[in-house]
Design a binder for this molecule. Sequence first.
Ligand SMILES: NC(=O)c1ccc[n+]([C@@H]2O[C@H](COP(=O)([O-])OP(=O)(O)OC[C@H]3O[C@@H](n4cnc5c(N)ncnc54)[C@H](OP(=O)(O)O)[C@@H]3O)[C@@H](O)[C@H]2O)c1
Length: 285
Amino acid sequence: MRILVIGKDGQVGQKIQNLVNKTSDTNYSNYDFVFIGRDELDLSKARNIQAYFKKNKFDVAINCAAYTKVEQAEVNENDANLINHLAVKEIATIAKKNNMKLIHISTDFVFDGDKSQPYIETDTTSPINIYGKTKLAGEIAAISIMRFNTVILRTSWIYSEYGNNFVNTIIKNAMLKGKLNIISDQFGTPTYASDLAQTIIVGTFNLIEEAKSYWQSLQGEKKETFRFLHVSTDEVYGDLKASSDLFSEETPYNPSSPYSASKASSDHLVRAWYRTYGFPILITN
Ligand SMILES: NC(=O)c1ccc[n+]([C@@H]2O[C@H](COP(=O)([O-])OP(=O)(O)OC[C@H]3O[C@@H](n4cnc5c(N)ncnc54)[C@H](OP(=O)(O)O)[C@@H]3O)[C@@H](O)[C@H]2O)c1
């Protein structure tokens, strides 16, 4: 299987590279990963994308590239739209033609932030800035072109050792200034880029692909009764307070640690395999 990772120099792209290189001997012998950045493919022109995919064929594309400068997008709408929307549309169009699966990273900025509970996938989108609007346009384009071969992972507040992010900025400024004045009315779920990379690539991905192939090879009753049992955790719902109701399957996800966030992400991935391929699943939390 040939897997293309677009955006190799970004936080998530670099983490996927680290992960694959670190464990390639044991886990990835059947996978041929290709990592590309802006030098190999500038996404701002549709003809570059077409030319690249004419020469290079893949089974899966993971798009980690994006115009991520949220404030600058307000004055550079055209650039943000080219990368976050039109490039995604072009990739999805090519992916559909070539029967390639697309894993695309998106953002909580597709929502307006007015909800007091954590957002879930089915909540109404209503972006309030250009970045969010262009990312949502990219999502909609990919899903409408290739509903059954697209997986969209909406994440938020990515941090890592690389690049500009909230954690690095605070550390840098704390060391420089000692005292910091910071807004206190913004809330988010920080996501360690390594956890996101692991979720995209490792365990769930490998296991579920193997299980899907096995399921597809089955016939008749065996195929009908097959279930992929994904054992998760109640920690995806957050912390149970003495005063709160018991968790149920309807409780919104609200993971509060990297571990529970990674479990929540793999739950979503398993559900995506069900929605995309009809792959029969059972999830226990
Ligand atoms: N960072 C966050 O807090 C956050 C939150 C929610 C969702 N997300 C989403 O998560 C994904 C990954 O984010 P990240 O933090 O890893 O982003 P990042 O570190 O800003 O990396 C984005 C990458 O996209 C590349 N890129 C931008 N314009 C390009 C172009 N015209 N052609 C080719 N490549 C181009 C950049 O290349 P250069 O290195 O050459 O500039 C960069 O390597 C993105 O889809 C983002 O929207 C991020």
